[in-house]
Design a binder for this molecule. Structure first.
Ligand SMILES: *[C@@H]1O[C@H](CO)[C@@H](O)[C@H](O)[C@H]1NC(C)=O
Ligand SMILES: *[C@@H]1O[C@H](CO)[C@@H](O)[C@H](O)[C@H]1NC(C)=O
Ligand SMILES: *[C@@H]1O[C@H](CO)[C@@H](O)[C@H](O)[C@H]1NC(C)=O
Ligand SMILES: *[C@@H]1O[C@H](CO)[C@@H](O)[C@H](O)[C@H]1NC(C)=O
Ligand SMILES: *[C@@H]1O[C@H](CO)[C@@H](O)[C@H](O)[C@H]1NC(C)=O
Ligand SMILES: *[C@@H]1O[C@H](CO)[C@@H](O)[C@H](O)[C@H]1NC(C)=O
Ligand SMILES: *[C@@H]1O[C@H](CO)[C@@H](O)[C@H](O)[C@H]1NC(C)=O
Length: 749
């Protein structure tokens, strides 16, 4: 069979082309002396400039490498925010490095992937929402992505003054890059491995479209009359149209996003003075201290910068959530109240509605309808021809016809177009909640509709069909995207992830004209705006909300901003989302309420270390994060309560499904609402669970006052794999501060 390049996972294939990239793989494993890039962490915080670089080169040359060669092999010297370097080493050399006294950790560089207006009105941030324009102009969002399209209308700077005084970033000049302005105030690129893919320049220019899309979602200016060939038309804009954008290009066509480049991107963003970092990239699940996004975002939070990251597109599998650190705001993708459908009219008078975007108006009233099986080259080819894979189809049996194909891989429409087909009906049961853009008349239907169509093809002498041009359709929302990665958190049983859901299905935002809409061979569709889906698109929505909150409260800590966003979220119904909080965390972002949460669960950075100690990390494994081996987990004041965190959500994972479990969670809230306020606790406990809060009432007499309370959760035995949803709400006359309380029984005991 051997068609391993044809995944049976349609979205996966789609995103390999649209939103995700696969790593190229490095030197062949056959070469024993093959060298790879490694990241080497050293102690004692950032050294200063040249001196630190010299130390790095000297350290490297102590491996019996000449000074010249050491200089050549070293691709990064990180000296601004943390002390580390990246260099090409053999496995043996890496091992030797690890044994050196001054080395805190050595990690092999890996490649990560991208997680790939209307949506703002839907979440309740209309154009007319109250804004803090003066402060908003001082907020800088740093985006780590595929680069940016500087001449896009979304990044024009009409009416914006010069960059905020704190800004230390820069912007080229670069070849083929028209440059920055008062909106796009910085752009840098990071590419250490030297393999520049075809069509890419050494510049932050976006030739993929992903980075342009995410940046404009977070902070694009208003662009009237934006649409994709008339679909989704309206005014495109980001959450904070007056905020500034800085692009850090760390992802490259086909190559993906290297850990060492991501780390360099974080360092530059932190040093340049961004306020919020948005990163729609994820990768293989790693532990908290070896993951470049984890390390980079930890240094960011210590400098008061919140990192907002996508949860991943590996749903609905359980435990698939990535970027699950307690200091990151982890964002799931939800649907808004519109989708894109095309009507299929069969020759027998029946009509069905298919998913996806096809901008083509049919030229004829109907076309012969042929199934892939019936268009096979030979009998032996029938099995794979059902998927309409090009090698198995007889071109003559495709020409002029509408094909019905089982969805087996990307690029089927490219084949149909190349063979002169009139369109394609793709049958699939996965990911029918987001609209794929097609390069030929095409649409997706589920297998029950597919069966009806196949039966019609089989039973009629001259079956025919036509696929109409796509229309916008209203649907009930919000709901969580099937592709959005789910909890439980693979990094810790004590921490609920994802944190929040934000729109990530069929999002219209700015794009590049350097790439066709599908990226497939033969696609001639280009547009300045396009529709994309992914947690990649949800992340900048939440980053934009974080910037919106920051514009009202410039002095809030990352933990306070996170808390405000999570506790103000709009509940999402459990009924249509069986994974409950593991799908949506606190619920759907609710920007205006997030700016006025009443109370926040704030946190000091030391809590994160206490949490990690509680998770079994020790001086050695914590070193790359904190920059030294000095943490003594036994002497560090143990964190408070079951999870050591003052987190705005609560998760209790049962130790065994058979016995009952009890845990005490300690929390402390800070009054950020009216000085004199009284909050009463309202608790909702699911069946079999007892939740008590003590005290049940908190009274405040001034601003910034803190009050502590404890939550005791007792759960009886429950079915393995089950998630129960409880709730704690602190209510005052003006505010409701919502914290989900999740009780989970792991599937494997
Ligand atoms: C950069 O500019 C050169 C010269 O104008 C052109 O040939 C090349 O295709 C451009 N590259 C990109 C990525 O646009
Ligand atoms: C929007 O576009 C349509 C058609 O392209 C045009 O008729 C209309 O005047 C435009 N509206 C604005 C506000 O530019
Ligand atoms: C297929 O789609 C139709 C129409 O949207 C729906 O009524 C039906 O329940 C779906 N079937 C499955 C198996 O999802
Ligand atoms: C249609 O006919 C093909 C053989 O030509 C068969 O494999 C398939 O199961 C039939 N489908 C239905 C829905 O009857
Ligand atoms: C720290 O943890 C690692 C991984 O769990 C373990 O291999 C190592 O022995 C521990 N070190 C100390 C000093 O306990
Ligand atoms: C860590 O702290 C404990 C308790 O204070 C102490 O007994 C132990 O010696 C310390 N370990 C190190 C390596 O300093
Ligand atoms: C809180 O509870 C107290 C005592 O039960 C009650 O008097 C008060 O009105 C409540 N406040 C609010 C805001 O619900």
């Amino acid at each position: 069979m051997g068609r391993s390049n044809h995944s049976s996972h349609p979205l996966l294939v789609v995103i390999l082309l649209h939103v995700l990239w696969i790593s190229p793989g490095y030197a062949s494993a056959a070469d024993k002396h093959a060298k790879d890039f490694y990241i080497i962490y050293l102690g004692d915080g950032p050294g200063n400039g040249d001196e630190a670089i010299n130390t790095h080169v000297n350290l490297l040359s102590s491996l019996d490498i000449s000074l010249e060669e050491a200089q050549e092999r070293m691709v990064y010297s990180y000296t601004k925010v943390f002390n580390a370097f990246a260099a090409k080493l053999s496995p043996h050399e890496a091992k030797k490095m690890m044994e050196m006294e001054e080395v805190l950790g050595v990690f092999k560089n890996r490649y990560r992937q991208l997680h790939t207006t209307k949506s703002w009105d839907f979440v309740g941030l209309p154009l007319t929402a109250k804004r803090h324009l003066k402060a908003e102009r001082d907020v800088i969002i740093g985006v780590l992505d595929t680069g940016i399209t500087p001449d896009s209308e979304s990044f024009q700077d009409h009416g914006l003054g010069p960059s905020p005084a704190k800004w230390k970033g820069s912007c080229g000049p670069y070849k083929n890059f028209t440059g920055c302005n008062n909106k796009l105030i910085g752009a840098k690129f990071f590419k250490a491995d030297g393999n520049l893919p075809n069509g890419e320049d050494r510049s932050p220019l976006d030739i993929d479209g992903h980075g342009t899309h995410t940046s404009s979602t977070a902070a694009g200016v208003l662009v009237a009359n934006a649409s994709l060939y008339g679909l989704a038309s309206g005014t495109a804009r980001g959450a904070v149209p007056s905020a500034r954008v800085a692009m850090y290009k760390v992802c490259w066509a086909k190559a993906g996003c290297a850990d060492m480049d991501i780390l360099a991107g974080f360092e530059a963003a932190i040093h340049d003075g961004v306020d919020i970092i948005s990163i729609s990239i994820g990768g293989p699940i790693a532990d908290y201290s070896s993951d470049s996004i984890s390390v980079g975002s930890f240094h960011a939070v210590r400098k008061g910068i919140l990192t907002v990251a996508s949860a991943g597109n590996d749903g609905p599998s359980s435990g698939s959530v990535t970027n699950h650190e307690p200091w990151i705001l982890t964002v799931a993708a939800s649907g808004i109240d519109r989708t894109f459908k095309s009507q299929i009219d069969l020759g027998n008078g029946k009509s069905f509605s298919g998913m996806g975007i096809s901008m083509f108006k049919p030229k004829a009233k109907s076309y012969p309808l042929v199934s892939g099986v019936d268009a096979a080259k030979t009998k032996d080819d029938q099995y794979l021809a059902r998927y309409c894979f090009s090698d198995y189809l007889d071109r003559k049996k495709v020409k002029g016809n509408v094909m019905v194909c089982k969805m087996g891989g990307a690029g089927v429409e490219s084949t149909i177009k190349r063979y002169g087909g009139a369109g394609a009906i793709l049958v699939s049961d996965q990911y029918l909640d987001n609209a794929q853009i097609f390069m030929t008349p095409a649409t997706s239907v589920n297998s029950s509709i597919g069966d009806v169509i196949y039966r019609y093809v089989n039973s009629s002498r001259s079956p025919s069909a036509v696929i109409q041009k796509t229309r916008e359709v209203r649907i009930p929302a919000p709901f969580v995207a099937s592709f959005s990665s789910r909890g439980p958190n693979p990094g810790s049983i004590r921490l609920l992830k994802p944190d929040i859901a934000a729109p990530g299905i069929d999002i219209l935002a700015a794009f590049t004209l350097k790439r066709s809409l599908t990226g497939l061979d033969g696609d001639t569709q280009f547009s300045k705006f396009t529709i994309l889906s992914g947690t990649s698109m949800a992340c900048p929505h939440a980053a934009g909300v974080a910037a919106y909150v920051k514009s009202f409260h410039p002095d809030w800590s990352p933990a306070a901003i996170k808390s405000a966003i999570i506790t103000s979220a709009k509940p999402i119904s459990r009924r249509v989302n069986k994974d409950a909080e593991f799908a949506y965390g606190g619920g759907q972002v609710n920007p205006r309420r997030a700016a006025s949460p009443g109370l926040v669960y704030d946190m000091e950075d030391i809590s994160y270390v206490q949490f990690l100690c509680g998770e079994g990390y020790n001086a050695t494994t914590l070193a790359p994060l904190v920059g030294s081996r000095s943490i003594n987990c036994s002497s560090i004041v143990p964190g408070i309560g079951h999870d050591s965190l003052n987190y705005p959500t609560i998760q209790l994972t049962l130790r065994t499904a058979k016995a009952s479990t009890m845990a005490v969670f300690r929390r402390r809230v800070t009054n950020v609402g009216p000085p004199a306020s009284v909050y009463n606790a309202t608790v909702t406990a699911p069946k079999g669970v007892e939740i008590t809060v003590e005290p049940m009432s908190l009274s405040f007499t001034k601003a910034s006052q803190k009050r502590s309370f404890k939550v005791v959760v007792k759960a009886k035995q429950m079915t393995p794999g089950k998630i129960l949803s409880g709730l704690l709400v602190w209510k005052s006359q003006r505010h409701s501060v919502r914290s989900p309380v999740v009780i989970y029984s792991p599937s494997s005991d």
